[in-house]
Write a protein that binds this ligand. Structure first.
Ligand code: 13P
Length: 290
């Protein structure tokens, strides 16, 4: 039996409590173990994000769902966990519904709005029929994610209202945010857009993508304006890479059995846990999984 839960309830609760739930992208077994263990330690609900590319890398969505469910049982993870498709295509969403994910994101932001609406509407029905939550996107998030490059648009609040009215459970609206490391000339989040979107959509939780490197004061302001889910990917990757580099550059892989992957991947895994902790502190979700 699946231990996964849809993300709707945890995000509605976060919106009311004025904090945000972390969505952390996973890439392999160590990543998954790190995020689950840390979420349990911090007593916070968590969302495991899986991009289509990461799903392929981990041998398909069925493998991912089986791994996460079994790992939760073995590690006795009792905090709410949602397994969520990140930036899904229409076909990817169908696959994750079949595979037993508990949440999907349909990213139709690159489509003409009418087509985005039509496909989102269809997927809302399918997801809800399967007891899953669904996120939609308006206004492409900039930067590169799995080869898809967006320009960092600001969403049109009217279009957000149209997508929100389709019954999606939470909405990603572009507010000048981009995936990956922010360039020095980045102008920051558009709180004007965020406030205008919020006014149109009422009590629907908003999602902030590109959580890596957004200054803490901007994160906190975004949460105060209705953001309840914050996506983080690159920051965990950078932390993992830096810790692994440090281990190897210190020659630790050449000491005794330091080349054993269980030792070699440990500093990186711990660095992911540390990043999850830092982020959840800023998001205000620690201790919220009562
Ligand atoms: P970052 O890689 O910038 O943290 O963004 C993650 C994200 O938004 C995943 O959807």
């Amino acid at each position: 039996m699946s231990r996964l839960v849809p993300a709707k309830e945890m995000l509605d609760k976060a919106l009311k409590g004025k904090y945000a739930i972390g969505h952390f992208n996973i890439n392999n077994l160590e990543w998954t173990k790190a995020v689950l263990t840390e979420a349990q330690e911090l007593n916070t609900a968590v969302i495991l994000g899986v991009s289509e590319g990461a799903g392929k890398y981990m041998c398909g969505f069925n493998t991912v769902a089986a791994m996460v469910n079994t790992m939760m049982e073995t590690l006795d993870i009792t905090v709410p966990v949602a397994l969520h498709l990140d930036h899904g295509s229409y076909e990817g969403c169908l696959k994750c519904i079949e595979a037993g994910f508990s949440s999907i994101m349909f990213d139709g932001s690159h489509l003409p709005i009418d087509e985005n609406i039509e496909k989102t509407k269809e997927l809302v029905k399918l997801a809800h029929d399967h007891g899953m939550s669904i996120e939609a996107e308006v206004g492409a998030i900039g930067g590169e994610e799995d080869g898809i490059v967006g320009a960092g648009e600001c969403a049109d609040p009217e279009e957000c209202a149209r997508i929100a009215s389709l019954g999606v459970d939470f909405l990603a609206a572009g507010i000048g945010n981009i995936h990956g490391v922010y360039p020095p000339e980045w102008k920051g989040l558009s709180f004007e857009t965020l406030a205008a979107v919020k006014e149109k959509i009422g009590d629907l939780p908003l999602v902030l993508h590109g959580g890596t490197g957004i200054p803490t004061d901007q994160i906190k302001k975004a949460i105060s304006l209705g953001v309840s889910k914050i996506n983080v990917n690159t920051e965990c990757q950078l932390a993992f890479a830096a810790a692994t580099r440090k281990y190897i550059e210190a020659g630790k892989d050449k000491e005794g059995k330091g080349f054993d992957p269980r030792k070699l991947l440990k500093p990186g895994t711990e660095a992911i846990m540390e990043t999850v902790k830092e982020k959840c502190e800023i998001f205000g979700s620690i201790g919220s999984a009562k």
